[in-house]
Design a protein around this ligand. Structure first.
Ligand SMILES: [Zn+2]
Length: 335
C-alpha cells in the first residue's frame, strides 16, 4: 500500500417504514425503507460497499482497499436503524457502521432538535414571540409550513448561542410553546426513539459495526478539554462493555472541521485509544496505512440519484484534488 487509495463515505441518521415529511423529518434526517433500498441499489452498481472499521483495520495492516470502496455509516442510534436499516443491509449482504450517542441508547437523553421540532408539532399556540439578534419577533404557527420555517429559524438562533445560554433559551422557547418543561414535550413519534443494547448486540453479531458518537451528543470542539475527554471516554467504555468488542471509531456530532473537532480533539481521541475519527465534510478520503481522520457526506430522504451522482462523482474529486481543495468540499450540513 504505497499510494493512498480513494475511499468514499456516506452518512445517514434515522430510518422509517414510510416516508415522513414536515416537522417529523426536518432535513430528511430519517430515510424511508424505499429510499434507502434505492440508494443501496445505486451504490451496489458503482461501488464495493465495505464496513468502515474493517476497511481501516486492513489498511493499518497494509492491505489496500478494493477500487471504488464505499462505506455507509448511520449517526445517533435511532430505533429505525434496527427496525428498517438492519434488515435491508442484511438483505443486500452488506455492512454498515452505527455511531451511538450512548446516553440516548440508555434512554436518558433526547436530541434537542427533536424536542424543538416536537414542541412545534404538538403546541396548541398559534404564534410564538422570541428575542432574536434583531429584537423581539413574532412568528405565526398557524399551519405546518409556518411551523417548519420557525423550526429552521430557531435552530439557527439556538446553534449560534454559547453553551451556557443554550439550555435556558431552549427551555424558554418550549415554555413559550406551552410546555412546562422540556421533559413534558411529547415524542415526535416512534422514529424519535433509540436503539437498545439488545438490538445493538444482535446487529453486532450479524456483522454490523459500532462506534462512539459521544455520550450526550455534545459538539466536542466547543467543550472544555475535560468535558470533551469525558464524553469520548464514557461512550467508548459503555460500547465496549455492552457490545463486547473494542470501540475503535469516534464520530463527531455536527462533524465540521475545525469547529466541531480538530487536531486537539483528534489527539485526545488517539490518546483514549480510538484508532480513527470521522467528520461530516464530504465523501472523499485518501486512505493509507496511517490515515487517522476520515469524512463522509450526509444523505437523507430527499436525496435523489442525481444528488448521489453529483456528490459522489470521482471526476469532481479529481478536479478538486487538482485545485487543492478536495478534502473539505461540501457545504456545512446542519443535521
Ligand atoms: Zn449526530
Amino acid at each position: 500500500m504505497t499510494r493512498p487509495v480513494l475511499v468514499q463515505g456516506v452518512t445517514y441518521h434515522g430510518s422509517t417504514p414510510t416516508s415522513l415529511g414536515g416537522l417529523d423529518n426536518v432535513f430528511g434526517k430519517h430515510i424511508s425503507a424505499e429510499a434507502l433500498r434505492q440508494h443501496i441499489l445505486w451504490y451496489k452498481r458503482r461501488f464495493n460497499i465495505a464496513g468502515l472499521e474493517e476497511t481501516l483495520r486492513r489498511a493499518r495492516q497494509g492491505i489496500k482497499p478494493p477500487a471504488k470502496t464505499l462505506f455507509i455509516v448511520f449517526h445517533d442510534g435511532y430505533f429505525g436503524n434496527y427496525e428498517i436499516a438492519f434488515p435491508i443491509l442484511k438483505e443486500f449482504g452488506i455492512k454498515a457502521t452505527f455511531f451511538l450517542t450512548t446516553e440516548f441508547i440508555n434512554g436518558r437523553f433526547r436530541f434537542w432538535v427533536d424536542q424543538l421540532d416536537a414542541a412545534l408539532k404538538h403546541t396548541g399556540k398559534s404564534e410564538i414571540t422570541i428575542m432574536t439578534p434583531a429584537g423581539w419577533q413574532t412568528y405565526s404557527l398557524q399551519d405546518e409550513k409556518y411551523r417548519l420555517e420557525v423550526a429552521l429559524k430557531l435552530r439557527r438562533h439556538l446553534k449560534a448561542l454559547p453553551v451556557k445560554e443554550f439550555t435556558a433559551e431552549l427551555q424558554q422557547i418550549v415554555t413559550e410553546l406551552g410546555f412546562p418543561a422540556l421533559d413534558d414535550v411529547p415524542l415526535l413519534g416512534k422514529h424519535e426513539t433509540a436503539l437498545n443494547w439488545d438490538m445493538i448486540r444482535q446487529m453486532s453479531a450479524a456483522g454490523m459495526e459500532f462506534g462512539s458518537h459521544t455520550h450526550h451528543h455534545l459538539i466536542i470542539g466547543r467543550q472544555t478539554e475535560a468535558t470533551a475527554r469525558e464524553e469520548m471516554l464514557i461512550s467508548k467504555a459503555l460500547i465496549e462493555r455492552e457490545v463486547g468488542r473494542e470501540c475503535e471509531l469516534f464520530c463527531y456530532p455536527n462533524g465540521q472541521y475545525p469547529s466541531d473537532g480538530n487536531d486537539v480533539t483528534d489527539a485526545i481521541a488517539a490518546e483514549l485509544g480510538y484508532k480513527h475519527t470521522l467528520y461530516m465534510m464530504g465523501p472523499y478520503n485518501l486512505i493509507h496505512r496511517k490515515t487517522f481522520r476520515l469524512t463522509g457526506i450526509a444523505f437523507g430522504e430527499e436525496s435523489n440519484e442525481r444528488e448521489l451522482h453529483h456528490k459522489l462523482s470521482a471526476r469532481r474529486y479529481y478536479q478538486r484534488k487538482l485545485t487543492g481543495q478536495w478534502i473539505w468540499p461540501w457545504k456545512k450540513n446542519s443535521l
